[in-house]
Design a protein around this ligand. Structure first.
Ligand code: FAD
Ligand code: 2HG
Ligand code: ZN
Length: 472
């Protein structure tokens, strides 16, 4: 270890932005789910891209591993250091400036530490929508969103974070700055570096800024909760909305009876307005740039057709913004209710819609046969085929004890079914350290080797977030 390391950091950053004291470092060492806690030599808080580059150069010269970190809300332990105490964390939170909002180009250029919600607000002030939206938006940062290629509730209409990004600025593993901050919708100049870094979870470069797309802010939005009896009719309902509402369909979220029961247990004020605890509660949102009346009529017409076709058995349309928000809160609180209950086993998967019924029927059967009484908390962004197929122990059984014995085989059971249905073992949360083995086992040898080759080429010293996503 270089004995002058901290002094070298001090030559770059004011000492108060170099945290070495155990108490000061503590908030950066444990992830949101409290599943991973690591140690770090220091937590560094740079204020600009040059400082990030200078820190990386020092680390490269001394072979010190770096953990890039944003809001630390990720679910896969990607931003948590290991237990060696030899790694440093670079947290980007001080880099939170909006560099430019280009009205004509409909883009916003931002630093990596901007909090997602503050970007949405900034855009709205100028009459724009920044469509990325997820439960952690009050604390996750755009750098982290890009590094994980986050999804959320608007992907159906606007795509995931990758689809919203036009340009990037980043620091390479050698401490060079790549300025790719162009707001272009077309740019066919060789390999797409931007897309290589998006979703690389801090293993290939440190994202310091980005140019993101903006959209006109919708003027009318209608939200409804509907009851369905099975997955087959839920998918037919989705297809009906896709056909009739086309691009006005901006949300299609699924919640099972069991997910909402957990919500009710921990947040009793959040009652489902649909009667009789239906097997599936679907939250649907339509957004438009025309009058309120136009969208409402469209929504009512589609719901009528869905009733006639027996796809739904009940529906409640939110009568005002606050009721619409309460529907969304119900959906977003499932994650919080799960966290209150205990550390469940998460499976953030995508399945082609045509295979979703078969996946759920067969995986439910296998779980119930092999782990009698285990609770399946299944919900998600059904419009994207993205399920959060989470497993909790039978009531009364300790989470830790259950997970210790069953985590690996349950992941394998679910991932095998995902593979059978030609799905993916991570739809939006990424790989981090949680799914390192899963990626190796399920990505396919050729794809895994190509990823290794990319990592070796860009970070031959393996100092950027080592043993996350891929081990070389
Ligand atoms: P962090 O957790 O700090 O980091 C995540 C990964 O990105 C790590 O590997 C880290 O090293 C890397 N990283 C962070 N910043 C940078 C950077 N500047 N440069 C390079 N690498 C970097 N995710 C979804 O996709 N959809 C959801 O609907 C969703 N809902 C959530 C709801 C709740 C309540 C919570 C707690 C989380 C949710 N998440 C969801 C997961 C999480 O919020 C996202 O993964 C988010 O994108 C992480 O951003 P962050 O700033 O917290 O990143
Ligand atoms: C969501 O969609 C998040 O709410 C969290 O991606 C999912 O808790 C989960 O597993
Ligand atoms: Zn999600």
């Amino acid at each position: 270890m270089n004995p002058n390391l901290i002094a070298e950091f001090e030559a770059i950053l004011n000492g108060k932005y170099i945290l070495t004291d155990e108490e000061a470092k503590a908030p950066y060492l444990t992830d949101w789910r409290k599943r991973y806690t690591g140690k770090a030599l220091a937590v560094l808080l740079p204020a600009n891209t040059s400082e990030v580059a200078a820190i990386v150069k020092v680390c490269a010269a001394s072979n010190i591993a770096i953990i890039p970190q944003g809001g630390h809300t990720g679910f896969c332990g990607g931003a948590t250091p290991d237990s060696s105490g030899k790694q440093i964390i670079i947290n980007l939170k001080r880099m939170n400036q909006v560099r430019e909002l280009d009205v004509a180009n409909q883009t916003i250029s931002l630093e990596a530490g901007c909090i997602l919600q503050s970007i949405q607000e900034k855009a709205a002030e100028q009459g724009f929508l920044f469509p990325l939206s997820l439960g952690a938006e009050g604390s996750c940062m755009i750098g982290g969103n890009l590094a994980t290629n986050a999804g959320g509730t608007n992907v159906l209409r606007y795509g995931n974070t990758r689809d919203l990004c036009l340009g990037l600025e980043l620091v390479t593993a050698q401490g060079e700055i790549w300025n790719g901050m162009k707001g272009l919708r077309k740019d066919n100049t060789g390999y797409d570096l931007r897309d290589l870094f998006i979703g690389s979870e801090g293993t290939l470069g440190i994202i310091t800024a980005a140019v993101m797309k903006l959209y006109p802010l919708p003027i009318s939005q209608w939200t409804t909760l509907v009851a369905t009896q099975d997955i087959g009719s839920t998918i037919s309902l989705l297809n009906l909305f896709q056909k009739r509402a086309t691009s006005l369909l901006t949300g299609f979220e699924m919640m099972t009876k069991e997910s909402l029961a957990l919500n009710q247990k921990h947040f009793p004020h959040m009652a489902n307005p649909l009667k009789g605890n239906p097997p599936y509660t679907i939250l649907i949102e339509l957004s438009d740039h025309e009058s309120e009346a136009h969208v409402k009529l469209l929504l009512e017409t589609i719901l009528e057709e869905a009733f006639d076709a027996r796809l739904i058995s009940d529906a409640v349309i939110a009568s005002n913004l606050s009721q619409a928000n309460s529907f969304w809160h119900m959906r977003e609180h499932i994650t919080l209710a799960q966290a209150e209950e205990g550390a469940n086993l998460k499976h953030d998967i995508t399945i082609p819609l045509s295979a979703l019924d078969s996946f759920i029927t067969e995986t439910d059967r296998l779980i119930q046969t092999q782990y009698p009484g285990a609770r399946i908390i299944n919900f998600g962004h059904l419009g994207d085929g993205n399920l959060h197929y989470n497993i909790a122990p039978p009531p009364g059984i300790d989470f830790k004890a259950f997970n210790l014995v069953n985590e690996k085989p349950i992941h394998e059971l679910v991932y095998k079914e995902v593979e059978r249905c030609k799905g993916s073992i991570s739809a939006e949360h990424g790989v981090g350290q949680l799914k390192l083995e899963g990626l190796r086992a399920h990505k396919g040898e050729v794809a895994h080797d190509l990823m290794k080759a990319i990592k070796k080429a860009l970070d031959p010293q393996n100092i950027l977030n080592p043993h996350k996503v891929i081990s070389i």
